[in-house]
Design a protein around this ligand. Structure first.
Ligand SMILES: [Zn+2]
Length: 337
């Protein structure tokens, strides 16, 4: 094993002792898109002893432009991302434990998934689950690294519970008006998630080897198109619910709710956080990827075989499916959750 990690142990920030610590650590990657594949592959190659990868999606051709672990065979074999990631990564490093879990992470299961983790890495495409990671990590005292990327921009921040400000200190109010930018509507170029994912892994390594004084304590914002890299100072918020032990997302208070509509082959998605939508703005975004019609009461959107009807209060009905997890995924993709 010495040869495998020799270039890493030569690095003074890690050394033999750091490598031993990495080998005894468990990292959980939630979401295996562009950020997740970069992070999972780096952690596995670095010799983190246990890497757990959780994702709810299958692989599509439009993923291959940036999701480095996947290939065309995975699509032909209709593999879920978590399964494909596990299979590929086991060939990269057979000396560690790699576990791919196909699941929709929500308030009922997140604590089970992050139990025994030394670090949690955010590879998500939606804010809702991020707040959930924050609650669960703060509650169990597990450090986590936030990361997000869309278009040519990205952000990352490291949260060490009870030492640094938490995610909810920075984004206090989960309710919002309107539409969030997503990769499925605004697009994304691979350098943005690759840069953010790499920064997240560097933070994870520092935490796992015990180099706490080296941890980044700012919110970092990048734009790879402009070549800009900005540190934004953050401070703890005295009235932050999570820091005071109130885990509202973990209690399901703000969660997206899905209901399979009996006999209709459709799923209703309610997101209390979406608030009032501007159809004009949403239509402009969605027209770039599919077919849109709307009036003042509802917006109808079609893409491939998927069809959804969206109401001004943010409620949506996803047609031609009874799969609630798929419906949540489509909602997150096109409206943002
Ligand atoms: Zn906080």
């Amino acid at each position: 094993m010495i040869d495998r990690y020799s270039r890493q142990t030569l690095f003074e920030g890690i050394g033999e002792e750091g490598q031993r610590r990495l080998g005894n650590s468990c990292a959980v990657v939630i979401g295996c898109g562009a950020l997740g594949t970069i992070m999972a592959t780096s952690l596995v190659r670095a010799g983190v002893g246990r890497v757990r990868i959780i994702d709810r999606d299958f692989i599509e051709y439009s993923n291959l432009q940036r999701q480095v672990l996947f290939n065309e065979d995975d699509i032909r074999n209709q593999l879920p991302k978590a399964v494909a990631a596990e299979r590929h990564l086991k060939k990269v490093n057979s000396s560690i434990e790699i576990e791919g879990i196909v699941a929709d992470v929500n308030f009922t299961n997140i604590e089970k998934f992050i139990r025994s983790a030394d670090i949690v890495l955010d590879g998500l495409d939606n804010f809702e689950t991020r707040f959930l990671i924050n609650d669960a990590s703060v509650k169990h005292g597990i450090p986590w690294v936030y990361g997000g990327a869309v278009s040519s921009v990205g952000m990352t921040m490291t949260i060490v519970p009870h030492e640094t400000p938490c995610f909810r200190c920075v984004v206090p109010n989960p309710t919002r008006r309107g539409i969030l930018l997503t990769c499925d509507t605004a697009g994304v170029i691979s350098p943005a998630p690759f840069t953010i994912g790499s920064l997240q892994v560097a933070e994870a390594m520092k935490i796992l080897v015990g180099a706490k004084e080296e941890i980044n304590r700012d919110l970092i914002s990048i734009d790879v198109w402009k070549g800009s890299f900005t540190h934004i100072g953050i401070s703890p918020r005295p009235d932050c619910p999570a820091c005071q032990g109130k885990y509202e997302f973990l209690e399901g208070k703000f969660g997206v709710k899905t209901t399979s509509l009996c006999g209709q082959n459709a799923v209703q998605v309610l997101n209390p956080k979406t608030g009032e939508l501007s159809f004009k703005e949403l239509a402009t975004r969605l027209k770039a990827v599919g077919k849109v019609t709307y009036n003042e009461f509802m917006l109808h959107f079609e893409i491939d075989s998927q069809e959804m009807v969206i109401f001004p209060d943010g409620r949506a009905i996803i047609k031609n499916t009874t799969d609630e997890s798929l419906a949540r995924g489509l909602y997150a993709k096109y409206i943002g959750a």
